[in-house]
Design a protein around this ligand. Structure first.
Ligand code: SAH
Length: 341
């Protein structure tokens, strides 16, 4: 049976080539074809001898998953439904914006957290992705515009799949692999405190985002059940600790949902819990409407008021433009629809 070539390091492939009596130099060529040039089969590797290409093909495969469905938004956002080798479905998105192309990728099949505004958690967790399945998402996304930034903001909780996500990040980051700088790779978490502590020890230059979405325990527990296990006080202490240990800024994601977390009291609470943090930034996201789940964004004025309040409190804030509204761009919506069909 063929093996997944993405499980190998350059050195491991060099050793295999040596065993075949081929030049070790070809290992770097093969890596370049897969990770930089996006080759999907060995026959495309035109600078290798025909014999070597056949030998590679007999022993290895490059991609175990493929694109099941693709949606293109008028704003350039592209959403992919990816079918894995066992027919499981995940989503990945390409988001082009000023000077960068962000790949938003999944870390699990499904999600166990059941946040009320997010379509990804509506049918539970099926399984973790392997590191090579995560890499394949990027290889599949890379077929059009070259991906420059990666965010783990697709389906699943990356910190619950810690080892495979970190293995994937090392390959994404490696110059022999995809070669994306660590500072251009973001892990997003709903607030799994023990794993945040572990991540702080890794000495990685990656970005960390916390999906906060409410600064009051009652509201946060209502929309994010994980808050009952890891409530705000403990979460903020973990963030404080992370910043102290890594000297890196944390971004707090805040999805604004009409009638729920966008009023004056909410922004006051938010300013209050973020002020003590030395390196924090808020990313405001007017929610993508999900009809089935009664989720609507607040009006424009309310959003701007919320933003200005934070600025006046000296808190760094960005307002994320909603992208791909015409293509079910919010987390998990495409997969949810597909499952229902
Ligand atoms: N489990 C991790 C990784 C998933 S990222 C985490 O919770 O951080 C999930 C992100 O999807 C959220 O932070 C939010 O930015 C986005 N999201 C989910 N549902 C959304 C909706 N209805 N509208 C806008 N963004 C949404």
């Amino acid at each position: 049976m063929q093996q997944d070539i993405k499980k190998l390091t350059v050195i491991e492939l060099q050793n295999i080539l040596k065993g075949w009596g081929a030049s070790v130099y070809h290992a770097k060529q093969v890596f370049n074809w897969i990770y930089k040039l996006g080759a999907r089969d060995f026959s495309a590797m035109s600078d290798l001898s025909a014999g070597l290409r056949i030998r590679l093909e007999e022993n290895f495969f490059i991609l175990g998953s493929g694109i099941a469905e693709q949606q293109d938004s008028v704003d350039g956002t592209q959403k992919f439904l990816i079918r894995l080798h066992d027919a499981s479905l995940i989503e990945a998105v390409v988001i082009p914006a000023e000077g960068r192309v962000t790949g938003c990728i999944s870390s699990q099949v499904g999600c166990k957290y059941a946040c009320t505004f997010c379509a990804s958690g509506q049918s539970g967790l099926k399984r973790n992705l392997t590191s090579t399945e995560i890499l394949e998402e990027i290889l599949l996304l890379n077929s059009g515009k070259k991906i420059t930034h990666i965010v783990f903001m697709g389906i699943g909780e990356p910190l619950d799949n810690y080892d495979e996500v970190l293995r994937a990040i090392r390959a994404i980051n490696s110059p022999d692999g995809i070669g994306i700088g660590a500072r251009r790779i973001t892990i997003s978490t709903c607030g799994v405190i023990p794993a945040i502590g572990k991540l702080a020890q890794e000495k990685l230059q990656i970005e960390l985002s916390i999906s906060l979405h409410a600064a009051d325990d009652l509201i946060r527990s209502q929309i994010m059940p994980v808050n009952k296990k890891y409530p705000l006080k403990a979460l903020m202490a973990a963030c404080q600790d992370y910043i102290k240990k890594t000297d890196r800024q944390i971004t707090f994601e805040y999805v604004l949902i009409k009638g729920l977390n966008s009023d004056l009291q909410s922004v006051k609470d938010l300013a209050k819990i973020l002020k003590p943090l030395r390196l924090a930034k808020v990313n405001l996201i007017p929610s993508n409407p999900i009809k089935e789940m009664n989720v609507q964004p607040p009006g424009k004025l309310e959003v701007l008021y919320f933003k200005d309040y934070l600025i006046k409190q000296g808190i760094q804030v960005t307002l994320r433009k909603s992208r791909g509204q015409d293509i079910d761009a919010a987390c998990g919506q495409l997969r949810l629809k597909y499952d229902k069909r």
